[in-house]
Design a protein. Structure first.
Length: 251
């Protein structure tokens, strides 16, 4: 069975023009053509296209991909193992970036008594000041914001590293519960939600069950918060919200 160029483009989520280009540079030349000269792609062609797209996702230039795929001592499984290693490293880097963003979101302030070096250790390349206007618009008039601002202004680098490590541990446990398929109202999951609420109370402001419900709603309705959690595990933002609501009901 062979596929037309249009079918392959639709299947791979790329354009026909891209496939034309791959053919022109001898990166992916279809194995068959019809008597009228139309391209027909075989299973082997589709396997090569899969490899091309994976290497492109990893940032390899087309010229290098050609050299890699045409190397005489590699096969499909070898490429998959190599790509798995590279994608895992990329995912780890992205996880660190996401963690840094979460740390900055939790801070809710730009008055941080940290040196530039300390700020980088805590927040990486993320700059909390860039989001100060948004924080003020959403929460600037609230007692919780005032209290959070007051406490955060006194935190040292050690404080920030401790609170972010605790927050990461809570998020990791929630993600693990989600992966295990535990219901959001399972006692273990609600206990994690309660740890989350207690963490906020300890470090930022008195997070009542009502305030906590509002925060859970934000996770699931604000695209930025939702993306932060769902990039770690699809559906995690909504799961967090359900767990927070379930925990609030039992308090």
């Amino acid at each position: 069975m062979t596929l037309s160029i249009g079918q392959v483009a639709k299947l791979a989520g790329i354009t026909v023009r891209t496939l034309h280009h791959y053919d022109e540079i001898a990166l992916l030349t279809p194995s068959q053509r019809t008597t009228a000269g139309y391209r027909r792609y075989t299973d082997d062609d589709l396997l090569r296209l899969q490899q091309i797209l994976l290497y492109r996702e990893l940032g390899f230039p087309l010229e290098q991909i050609t050299d890699i795929l045409d190397h005489p001592h590699t096969d499909h499984l070898t490429h998959l193992h190599r790509q798995h290693q590279l994608l895992t490293r990329k995912a780890q880097r992205l996880h660190q970036v996401i963690t840094n963003v979460e740390r900055a979101i939790q801070a809710h302030t730009h008055h941080l008594p940290l040196t530039p070096e300390e700020r980088f250790d805590v927040f990486g390349h993320f700059t909390p000041e860039d989001h100060h206007a948004e924080v003020q618009r959403r929460w600037g008039h609230t007692d919780a914001s005032t209290e959070s601002h007051r406490r955060a202004a006194a935190y040292t680098k050690t404080d920030w590293l401790q609170l972010t490590a605790e927050a990461t541990a809570i998020d990791d446990d929630m993600r693990a519960a989600h992966a295990r398929g535990l219901a959001p109202d399972h006692p273990q999951v609600m206990d994690i939600a309660e740890r989350h609420r207690a963490h906020i109370t300890r470090w930022f402001y008195d997070c009542t069950p009502e305030l906590h419900r509002g925060l859970g709603d934000l996770y699931a309705t604000d695209p930025r918060f939702t993306a932060t959690y769902d990039d770690r595990a699809p559906g995690l933002a909504a799961y967090y919200r359900q767990a927070i609501h379930a925990n609030a009901r039992r308090l």
